[in-house]
Design a protein around this ligand. Structure first.
Ligand SMILES: [Zn+2]
Length: 83
């Protein structure tokens, strides 16, 4: 099992978990479930190993039948709201 270093954002401990991971590729949003990733126990930042990231790209490029496709509503915040 891959040993993750400490979180590069907050320094928290990163543990291996199976997570849901969003991946944007060429104007499309893909969601992968049960992805083995490192998750920071403090801030929740997710880390993928190079191997897993490569596998995600490979699936996007070669997979023809996806388990499920959902609609993703998009809203563009109009003017008038500032943070
Ligand atoms: Zn963190």
């Amino acid at each position: 099992m891959h040993k993750y270093g400490d979180c590069s954002f907050c320094g928290g401990e990163v543990k291996c978990e199976k997570v849901e991971f969003d991946y944007r590729y060429k104007e499309k949003l893909y969601i992968f479930k049960d992805v083995p990733a490192g998750v920071c126990q403090q801030c929740g930042e997710k880390y993928l190993t190079a191997k897993v990231a490569k596998e995600i790209e490979r699936r996007i490029q070669t997979k023809e039948k996806w388990d499920k496709t959902i609609l993703v509503p998009i809203d563009v915040f109009s003017e008038g709201i500032t943070a």
